[in-house]
Design a binder for this molecule. Structure first.
Ligand code: 5GP
Length: 129
């Protein structure tokens, strides 16, 4: 069965898109640890990050870096933290989380706001990508 992220790639489930290339997609996390929390995924569905072929892995990291630089231009933060977990969604992804302190990395946070605010933020970050 297709992962929820493949359904997002295919447009079957909506997302607030931040950046897209032929091989990768970035969109806002639905349940952000901190405002601006973004997920970067390969369009190729592979569960575990380190099972990606080397080109896709390197491409995902390079794409994530570009997305992080765009986030930093828009979201006020000390830096963008990076996490890879994958326990909830078995489709490799990089979490980019704007942080000022370690508590901003906490996956128990819920910094969600209105759909209108998500849409505005995604479009601002997209304009810097
Ligand atoms: P992980 O698999 O790394 O443990 O976490 C998966 C992440 O994906 C979580 O931070 C969760 O909030 C996010 N997530 C799960 N389902 C969706 C969804 O349908 N849309 C978006 N935008 N994010 C999702």
């Amino acid at each position: 069965m297709a992962s929820i992220f493949t359904k997002i790639i295919n447009g079957e489930i909506p997302c607030h898109k931040v950046a897209e290339t032929d091989d990768f997609l970035a969109f806002l996390d639905i349940n952000p640890n901190a405002w601006g929390h973004t997920l970067c995924i390969p369009k190729k569905e592979v569960d575990r990050l380190f099972d990606l072929d080397e080109d896709t892995y390197n491409g995902l990291m390079s794409f994530s870096r570009k997305v992080a630089l765009a986030i930093e231009k828009v979201v006020s933060c000390n830096r963008v933290g990076v996490a890879v977990v994958g326990l909830e969604v078995p489709h490799a992804h990089v979490h980019l989380i704007p942080i000022d302190s370690m508590t901003d990395m906490d996956f128990k946070n819920n910094k969600a706001r209105s759909q209108k605010e998500f849409a505005a933020l995604a479009s601002e970050i997209a304009s810097q990508f």
